[in-house]
Design a protein. Structure first.
Length: 79
């Protein structure tokens, strides 16, 4: 993949793996501070979508000047 363009199914797979790494690291750090947390497998959204059934969400847009924007959305259900 070194220098290869990533697109289609490969891009969606990469996005899911990136979500796994971010959520796993976040859960590990939060658990280390004494808070119990469960994570679910990432959902990769392609195109327009509406999501319902969560209490809170954080949106983190990350811009890449040459290729566009990656938006990471962390949805939370607080018990």
């Amino acid at each position: 993949m070194f220098g290869m363009p990533i697109q289609g199914g490969m891009l969606e797979s990469f996005a899911g793996e990136l979500g796994n790494m971010i959520a796993g690291n976040l859960a590990t750090n939060i658990a280390g501070q004494g808070t119990e947390m469960d994570i679910t497998p990432p959902t990769v959204l392609v195109g327009k979508a509406k999501l319902y059934g969560f209490e809170k969400a954080l949106s983190l847009p990350i811009g890449f000047p040459e290729i566009g924007e990656l938006r990471i959305i962390l949805m939370m259900e607080v018990n």
